[in-house]
Design a protein around this ligand. Structure first.
Ligand SMILES: Nc1nc2c(ncn2[C@@H]2O[C@H](COP(=O)(O)OP(=O)(O)OP(=O)(O)O)[C@@H](O)[C@H]2O)c(=O)[nH]1
Ligand SMILES: [Mg+2]
Length: 432
């Protein structure tokens, strides 16, 4: 089947690219232009309807089978990016027998089925297209460029070697197994386990870069939470008032902080309230607090209990800040920092502390890392098997090692399991 779709964004743009992929691609170009294009070279030409009326003037490119992104014959029309031209050309393509509109991610699916990339690369490509920040771009690119398969390959080699040792000892009766064979295999397995565990640890950090970091501002009413989110985002997104209990709904603002997507949440002041709207606000605040990567507690300097009855989670990811240092201090708390949003006091230090927390939560160091949930599941399973290997029975040991080899191989092994493929390719837009 030959498929086609607009591969650039819908709407007005300088140029738009419509891609055709499949056995009829070259013929389609010839039909609509009357030209016989040379492979992989652009040709400036009039693009016409089937009954020879000009649609637009633009560039066409033809990629022969195996020399294209999808691995199929591919044709591209680079046209002016107007809705009218795009619609007209898509309609014309639809009239050609044997052509149909592409589904989400179908070009990439063809590429995958033609062996142009493995599933990890497909997932990387999906993240690459969705990347909004530089750090996201970098980790997606690593996956797309297939950095991980290289280390999987090394593990597999090592596992196979360990398996060979184990298998050769199966030929001995239990008491005759040469100690050296077993101990070499054991050592190997220990080494591999350590490596895989190190790789496993990269997941959380990279996941935060991919999904973003959530910073939830919590505190009693009137401590200045809304003032703080307005300051941080440089916008007046929240209503600020001297009345306690102003904010009820959760407000949020997404920022790009040094390449990491960070979302700040302003919440309702936490206190017992008979007002059912405020009580609901409190419930929502507590719910979002559970999802926070960083909790930023904001207290008031001018009261005895700056945080009221809030139980502060003093985990190292969180920040305890007291606001309103311009007012007389009435407490004995020892926060991480005291600021005044009114007088701009210590706000640079606040930024610095926020940046430090973000940095410690999102390791941006390069190198192979897990970015796919699917890969993570296989890695976790592998570790579980490896850590529970029973070396007292060599045939069971061999079975376990084979199971690990299987888990690791599955990460990039070609599959035609439609359930898995659907999940992955549905992440894509039409045209990719
Ligand atoms: N003196 C002083 N007042 C401040 C400071 N920061 C904020 N305020 C004032 O404190 C009051 C409450 O500020 P908000 O930002 O609305 O407080 P909030 O924590 O969002 O309050 P709720 O939404 O009711 O929970 C407003 O009148 C602010 O102008 C500060 O550093 N010093
Ligand atoms: Mg508020």
């Amino acid at each position: 089947m030959t498929i086609f779709a607009l591969s650039t964004v819908e709407g007005q743009s300088g140029i738009a690219i419509i891609r055709v992929s499949g056995p009829l691609s070259k013929k389609t170009l010839e039909h609509l232009t009357g030209k016989k294009p040379k492979p992989r070279l652009t040709t400036l030409t009039k693009i016409k309807t089937l009954d020879k009326k000009i649609i637009d003037e633009g560039l066409i490119v033809y990629f022969p089978k195996k020399q294209s992104f999808t691995g199929e014959e591919v044709a591209e029309f680079h046209i002016h990016g107007s809705t009218a031209i795009i619609d007209k050309l898509l309609k014309e393509l639809g009239k050609i027998k044997g052509l149909r509109p592409a589904k989400q991610g179908e070009f990439t699916k063809q590429a995958y089925l033609n062996g142009k990339m493995n599933l990890l690369q497909v997932e990387g490509l999906s993240s690459l297209i969705q990347a909004e920040t530089d750090a996201q771009r970098k980790i997606a690119l690593e996956a797309y460029l297939d950095q991980n398969s290289k280390i999987h390959f090394i593990w597999l080699q090592e596992l196979k070697r360990a398996l060979a040792y184990i298998e050769s000892s199966i030929d001995f009766s239990d008491e005759d197994i040469p100690e050296s064979l077993l101990s070499t295999a054991k050592k190997q397995i220990k080494k591999i386990t350590a490596k895989i565990k190190k790789h496993e640890k990269t997941f959380e950090d990279k996941k935060r870069i991919k999904d973003g970091i959530k910073i939830v501002i919590l505190g009693i009413p009137n401590s200045g939470k809304s003032t703080l989110i307005n300051y941080l985002s440089g916008k007046k997104i929240a209503i600020v008032s001297k009345k306690a209990g102003t904010t009820r709904d959760i407000l949020n603002q997404k920022l790009n902080i040094k390449g990491i997507p960070v979302t700040f949440y302003d919440t309702a002041g936490l206190r017992r309230s008979k007002n059912d709207i405020e009580a609901e606000g409190n419930k929502r605040a507590e719910k979002i607090a559970k999802k926070a990567d960083i909790k930023l507690y904001l207290g008031s300097n001018n009261i005895k209990k700056p945080f009221g009855n809030i139980v502060i989670d003093k985990s190292k990811n969180n920040l305890v800040v007291i606001n309103k240092s311009d007012l007389k201090k009435k407490h004995n708390e020892k926060p991480n920092l005291t600021i005044s949003l009114k007088n701009n006091k210590s706000l640079d230090v606040l930024w610095k502390k926020i940046n430090q927390k973000i940095k410690s939560l999102s390791n941006t160091s390069s190198g192979p890392s897990i970015t796919s949930e699917r890969e993570y599941t296989h890695i976790v399973k592998s570790i579980e098997i490896l850590e529970n290997i029973n070396f007292n029975d060599v045939s069971l040991t061999a079975e376990d090692i084979r199971a690990v080899i299987n888990e690791i191989s599955e990460i990039t092994k070609k599959t035609d399991n439609e359930d898995i493929l659907d999940i992955i390719f549905n992440e894509f837009c039409i045209g990719k």
